[in-house]
Write a new protein. Structure first.
Length: 281
């Protein structure tokens, strides 16, 4: 069971202790001379070497998930909690968390990047099968904390079990898409997707689409042209999530991550995802 709103830290020092207990920031540090350091809750908080002859300092945010972020730790903890409750609209963040427009947008993107890392790190297991429906999507995700450029990803989620997968793919092509489907989705699965719309019929034929479908007994349903019952049954597409088209790929990633956990456990699971994404070094 997650903590409740009223159990969250209520001041900056308590927020720091809370984040230390989760392993997201350092519990202790040593200087470059291997001396023990002490944490001083100043503005900003710093680690300082205990030896007077050394006095080396390290910023508290350095080498952590918080490096480069300026908002108070208390605000960060509250934001993460509110994000797990789907309460981080720009208006809400401005009124309740005193975060400006750009900061709230940046932090929402950072949370989705954390979701991306968590999903890519999950054990690879095929999902779906006979009488199962998988909805798939692909797109480009631009990491804010990366210098390697945008990453193309492909993912899917099972309507019946809420199992999901997310993988990086090298390029946008029928061949790459079919390889990812074969590696992650069981034979005889019904697959909802509009991904094939991006390719000409000749491209699909040259890539062996017909033989691929026949061999694996996949049943592809285009949600934009299928019957009304098929469209209504969509997990991802029938929700308000897909209306957020300006970040469609990253919202699909967030949607999949949220499907993995009940809302009562989401806060603790997100803290684990953050720690796994960028543990303090």
């Amino acid at each position: 069971m997650d903590v409740t709103l009223w159990q969250l830290p209520n001041n900056e020092e308590a927020a720091i202790e809370f984040l230390k207990s989760t392993g997201i920031i350092h519990k202790e540090r040593v200087c470059s001379n291997n001396h023990q350091m002490k944490l001083y809750i100043t503005e900003p908080p710093i680690w300082r070497c205990c030896l007077r002859s050394c006095k080396e300092r390290k910023g508290m945010r350095t080498k952590t998930w918080f490096e480069g972020r300026r908002i108070p730790f208390l605000t960060a903890v509250r934001f993460i909690y509110c994000w797990c409750q789907e309460l981080t609209s720009v208006e809400f963040c401005e009124l309740q968390l005193q975060m400006n427009h750009n900061t709230s947008v940046e932090w929402n993107c950072l949370m989705r990047e954390t979701c991306l890392n968590a999903l890519l790190s999950r054990p690879k297991v095929k999902i779906g099968g006979s009488n199962k429906i998988i909805e798939i999507d692909e797109g480009i995700f631009k990491k804010k904390k990366s210098t390697i450029g945008p990453q193309r990803v492909f993912g899917g989620i099972c309507k019946e079990t809420k199992e999901c997968f997310l993988v990086a793919i090298p390029e946008r092509s029928p061949t790459a898409l079919m390889a990812a489907i074969e590696q992650n989705i069981e034979d005889e699965t019904t697959i909802y997707t509009d991904c094939w719309q991006a390719y000409e019929t000749s491209e699909l034929q040259n890539a062996g689409y017909d033989l691929f479908t026949e061999n694996h007994k996949y049943s592809f349903v285009d949600p934009d042209t299928g019957n009304n019952n098929q469209i209504a049954d969509r997990l991802w597409g029938c929700t308000a999530w897909r209306n957020k088209r300006y970040h469609k790929e990253s919202y699909f990633i967030e949607f999949m991550w949220r499907c993995l956990y009940p809302k009562t456990e989401m806060f603790s699971e997100m803290l684990k995802s953050i720690r796994g994404f960028m543990p303090p070094l």
